[in-house]
Design a protein around this ligand. Structure first.
Ligand SMILES: *Cc1c(COP(=O)(O)O)cnc(C)c1O
Length: 349
């Protein structure tokens, strides 16, 4: 979901953006007006995430999924890479990566059906890896790194943060590359944000297609061709909103509170609901749970809607339920959900 205030601002600026006499969708992406938007968006992101100067921020199309290909295309350089398999999204990334070179799975949560994340101390890391790839939050199974991995030697960490970027304080300096599709915590679909350490720009394969090289995108400040202008504008509004909420530390505290409330409800009603993720890997963004009596699933969804609760059905590969508590979900929304869930368990339990 998006913050209501962001939608209202977008609405009020739709016909006349800052006195331009037209919407931001209609100005040229080469105009000073749009340059201002993209520069401000980058500045806000740098401020909120405390991105050091030797990192570049790129605004690209193709969603998060294109990065599954762009990363190996640009960074693998005929070397093997290491990957931590935490489930659905790391498997998708591995599939693409393995087209470019050898991917070594140095740890896997598969034996626990990905309901837990293998401890960093047990990973078999290699010093010769081009990079170490992982997914900080597995959106579908709801397992999240409670503590992010630590860099080791000269192997850059590469992380898919699509579903938890800006939800908690992180140290960008620990990473070689961070990427995220914008549609979960940053805005709307059509945009991916890449934060890349400058020295990695020059590992790109010189024969790679022009548009798919990070170097091209960095040199042209993401304006090599027409960027996803409206999606960038929406991200600027979301970042403005986040800053007004007190920034990442403030939202992290709120996110902890939201998740704690929901997991407490699941634990309290444990005879009715089942939360499969190992407690120390529980995602604060995507809370996955099952009704022990799954013949009640449709009733749960139907009665939830009557309370204004939408999008509770789990991903099709796992079934069950999933409550996404992205940054824009207010604490009040989680309270409505837990009240509904407790009442529902009482009524049908
Ligand atoms: C949603 C998601 C993706 C895919 O994003 P697209 O922009 O649709 O390609 C990739 N990784 C994670 C962790 C996600 O949550």
């Amino acid at each position: 979901m998006l913050p209501t205030s962001v939608l209202k601002t977008a609405q009020s600026e739709m016909l006349d953006w800052h006195g331009a006499g037209m919407s931001i969708m209609e100005v040229s992406h080469r105009s000073s007006m749009f340059t201002q938007v993209i520069m401000e968006t980058e500045q806000l992101l740098r401020e909120l995430m405390q991105i050091p100067d030797h990192y570049r921020v790129l605004f690209l199309q193709g969603g998060a999924s294109l990065q599954f290909s762009m990363i190996p295309l640009n960074l693998m350089n005929n070397r093997p890479c290491d990957l931590v398999n935490t489930g659905y999204w790391s498997i998708k990334a591995r599939q693409e990566m393995s087209r470019f070179g050898r991917v070594r799975e140095i740890a896997s949560g598969e034996s626990s059906q990905f309901w837990s994340i293998p401890a960093e101390s047990e990973w078999e890391r290699h010093d010769d890896a081009a990079y170490l790839y992982f997914t900080s939050n597995e959106t579908i199974s709801g397992a999240q790194f409670a503590i992010l991995p630590h860099p080791q030697g000269n192997v850059p960490l590469v992380c898919d943060m699509s579903s938890d970027i800006l939800s908690r304080d992180i140290n960008v300096d620990d990473f070689g590359l961070i990427f995220a599709g914008a549609q979960k915590n940053l805005g709307i679909a059509g945009l991916a944000i890449i934060i890349i350490r400058e020295d990695l720009l020059d590992r790109s394969n010189p024969d790679a297609p022009t548009l798919l090289k990070y170097r091209t995108q960095a040199d042209s400040c993401s304006l090599y061709n027409t960027p996803p202008a409206y999606a960038i504008y929406m991200t600027s509004l979301v970042l403005d909103w986040l800053k007004a909420q007190g920034g990442v530390k403030a939202i992290e505290k709120l996110n902890q509170e939201k998740a704690a409330l929901l997991y407490q409800c699941l634990d309290d009603c444990n005879e009715f609901y089942h939360a499969p993720v190992k407690p120390d890997c529980r995602s604060k963004m995507n809370v996955v749970f099952y009704l022990r009596n799954k013949t009640l699933d449709d009733t749960f969804i139907k009665e939830g809607k009557l309370q204004g609760l939408f999008n509770l059905r789990g991903h099709k590969v796992l079934g069950g339920m999933r409550a996404s508590l992205y940054n824009a979900m207010p604490l009040a929304g989680v309270k409505v959900l837990t009240t509904f869930m407790r009442d529902f368990a009482q009524k049908y339990g």
